[in-house]
Design a protein around this ligand. Structure first.
Ligand code: MN
Length: 249
């Protein structure tokens, strides 16, 4: 069986951060440990420094931009250390719309800096803001300079087509696949742009919070959407991850 992939998980938000890393190592789950603030970067980077399966990402979460916009300076200081960036993006949900302008300003700057630095792989949040996220990616990050993975993307089928044309990948989790509307949109995405994620511990299935091993469920559900065997789907996802990470090297 191929290895599982969890391309977006908050390992630092589980009760035992270090154990969350070693659990992924032992289960051979390729995991991207995303962060919501650059303050979390040094410890995540350290924990990922001796792992084969886990990588850390440098983030600045859009939902925190009313309180933590000034942490952009720290994020910029760490940028050269990081190949993976996230969680970053936009959130136009009712609780966050009040400071949407601030989010746009910060995310534009992040994309611009990633474009300049080159070779970054970003995991991007786009809740209720698919079109604006794609507009900013198009305006600020050249597809030959870096790659975006849209995490928990819930845009329309035409947004998904546009994102594909911009070179984006998509990481999908079991909770989003349980909505037929989103599963249907995902069906239109080319197979070679799909990755799996859990967004643990935030996403929920069967009334509980997810962990990276629930990427298996994302694989099974994706396999059903595409009419493939789960093992074929798992191979495809692992192959897509290899392709993604070997770009820009
Ligand atoms: Mn997340």
């Amino acid at each position: 069986m191929p290895c599982l992939v969890d391309f977006h998980c908050h390992l630092d938000l589980y009760p035992d951060h270090a154990k969350a890393f070693t659990d992924c190592e032992q289960a051979k789950i390729y995991t991207l440990a995303v962060t919501t603030t650059p303050r979390a970067w040094p410890r995540n980077r350290l924990l990922a420094s001796s792992t084969r399966y886990v990588r850390a990402a440098l983030g600045l979460h859009p939902q925190l931009m009313d309180q933590r916009a000034d942490e952009l300076t720290l994020w910029e200081e760490y940028l050269k250390q990081a190949r993976y960036i996230g969680e970053v993006g936009l959130d136009a949900g009712p609780k966050f719309y009040r400071f949407f302008d601030k989010q746009v300003q910060i995310f534009s700057r992040i994309l611009h800096l990633c474009d300049q630095e080159r070779g970054k792989i970003l995991t991007v949040h786009s809740a209720r803001a698919s079109k604006m996220v794609l507009d900013l990616i198009e305006a600020n990050l050249c597809p030959s300079h870096g790659r975006v993975v849209l995490h928990w993307f819930t845009g329309s089928p035409s947004d998904a087509r546009r994102a594909t044309q911009l070179g984006c990948y998509f990481s999908v989790n079991p909770e989003m696949l349980s909505h037929s509307k989103h599963a249907n949109m995902i069906k239109g995405i080319p197979l070679n742009r799909l990755l799996t994620e859990t967004d643990g511990p935030f996403s929920r299935i069967k009334g509980r919070s997810t962990t990276p091993s629930d990427a298996a469920l994302a694989v099974e559900m994706l396999a059903r959407v595409f009419g493939l065997e789960p093992s074929e789907m798992a191979s495809k996802v692992e192959e897509n991850l290899r392709t993604l990470v070997s770009e820009f090297l």
